[in-house]
Each structure stands twice: as C-alpha cells, then as structure tokens.
Design a protein. Structure first.
Length: 294
C-alpha cells in the first residue's frame, strides 16, 4: 500500500508517503504560506506518488463534523489567509482518493496509539508544545470529537506567583498557549528558548504551567499515557520538572501505580519522535482507505 500523509503545521507543512506499517518512505517540507501558494506545493508533491489514500492532520481550529457545512475547513485561526479556507475541499478537487481529516495533534495522538509510545493502549493524550500548544485526545479506542474537537491549548491557567507576563494569545492572553508556548517563553524572558540555560528559572515556570494542564487532563480524561512533543519539549530537562509538578498537584489522590510510582513511564516523549504527526496523518489515510471510523 502507498498512503499519502500531510502534516499541516502553522509554521511548516510536511508531506510524505508511507505504507500500512507506518514506515515513512519519502517526505518533503516547506514553510506554511498563504493557501494559494502552499496548497499547490502539496498537490504537486503527490502527482507522481500513486497514493491510494491521503491523511491530513492540520493546524486548526477545524471543521471536523461531517454533517456540518464547514467540514474540511480551517475555521477561526488567526493565521492570515486560512480563516474559513476549504482545505479538504481543495485536496479532494485534486485527487479522487479517500481522505482522512483531523487536527494535527489528534493525528499525532492517533499515530502514537497505533505505532508509538501508547501502542496497544486504549487511550492517550498528546501535547505539542511549540509555536502554539495543541492537545490531541484518543480515548476508548477513538479520537475524541464533540461539538468541535479538543482545544486543550486554550484552557485557563492559574498564574505562577512570580510571573507578571500578560500572555500572548490574541483571544485569551493568559491561557495555556498564551503562557507556555514558545513565543511566550521568548517574550517573557527576552531570549530565544533554545538559548536559555537548562538550569534557568524559565523551565520551572514552564513546567508549572504545563503540569497544571496535564494534571487536569489526567483527572478529567484518565488516559493511559501522556505524550509530550513539539519543539519546546526538546528541552529534555522539562520532563522531570513536569513530572514533579504533576506529582505535587495530585498529592497522592489518584490511586494508580502509574502515577504513584511510574510517572517516568507515564509522561513521556513521543515514541515516534519527530514523525508522530506525519505517521499519525498516514494512519488517518490508512483508516480512510479501510473505511474505518477513528
């Protein structure tokens, strides 16, 4: 089988081709520009690939209700040119194959559940912490949708007592994304995150915000695994800091050995590494080809 995959991020697009085992056989990436310049590059990439289906995991918010007129559209994004854009419709006009469609973080969560850190499990939650923050939810063997789809990057946060930064989210200021995404780190400390020393107070503050959300997710959804990906999580010193904050937040309340004794194996990096999003999009395409609901 040859399955196409599109990981459409707010900063860059990654397109690839893989097989039913999740092996990525070819890939290309390019910056995310306006739709009229970006989509032609996607369409051109697949022209000679002879794919049987294509899965798309896209930045959002998205229309994911198949019965809604905005299904397949990017909806209220602040990204110029993409608000209301019929992304899936443009792809279907170019290729007459089955399409899988979901958020980029739901795709990553699905990839981790099928082939990655949560393989064989019935549930997991995937966080991507980078230019923005997104949360994908896989629960009871299905990706979670409801009125729309999970928007965990915009949950409200309790402020760190030493933090006076207002937050950068244009909708909410000090939501999780506004306080803990890559741009928030840079604007708060006036230095790129990659240049901040590993023992700097910035990382304890970052862990404080991320652990709040993770603790709430744990209490509401009770996933079997939490996976943390994205550029900010390349700062590996964050993992023990986050685990310590989560342990403090829970305070022994949830009686599960994974939380009491096994947080090192419960809050983890992606098993698929940087391929989580693309492999997840591949899995969406494979499910569409097999006419499986995900």
């Amino acid at each position: 089988m040859r399955i196409g995959a599109v990981e459409a991020g707010g900063t860059k697009f990654v397109c690839g081709v893989g097989n039913e085992e999740g092996v990525i056989e070819d890939r290309i990436s390019f910056p995310t520009g306006m739709p009229e310049t970006t989509l032609p590059q996607v369409i051109e990439y697949f022209k000679d690939k002879q794919v049987e289906a294509i899965g798309i995991g896209s930045f959002g918010p998205l229309g994911v209700d198949k019965n809604s007129p905005n299904y397949g559209h990017v909806t209220t994004t602040p990204k110029p040119g993409w608000n209301g854009y019929d992304f899936l419709g443009a792809m279907k006009a170019a290729y007459d194959v089955p399409f899988g469609w979901d958020t980029d973080v739901n795709a990553a969560a699905y990839g981790e559940a099928i082939w990655g850190a949560a393989k064989g499990m019935n549930s997991c939650v995937y966080y991507t912490v980078g230019t923005g923050i997104g949360v994908g939810v896989y629960s009871q063997g299905r990706l979670v949708h409801g009125l729309v789809h999970p928007e965990g990057g915009h949950v409200l946060t309790r402020r760190h007592p030493n933090d006076s930064y207002v937050g950068f989210c244009p909708y909410h200021n000090d939501c999780l994304e506004g306080m803990a995404a890559g741009p928030a780190i840079e604007k708060r400390w006036q230095i790129k995150g990659s240049d901040i020393p590993k023992d700097h107070a910035a990382w304890e503050m970052e862990a404080f915000y991320l652990a709040q959300s993770i603790s709430n997710t744990l209490l509401v959804i009770s996933p079997e695994k939490i996976v943390l990906g994205g550029g900010v999580m390349k700062q590996e010193q964050l993992f023990p800091l986050i685990r310590a904050e989560v342990r403090k937040n829970l305070n022994g309340y949830v009686s599960a050995k994974e939380l009491l004794d096994g947080l090192d194996d419960y809050i983890v990096a992606p098993g698929l590494g940087d391929n989580a999003g693309l492999a997840g999009s591949l899995a969406l395409g494979l499910a569409a080809l097999r006419n499986q609901e995900v």
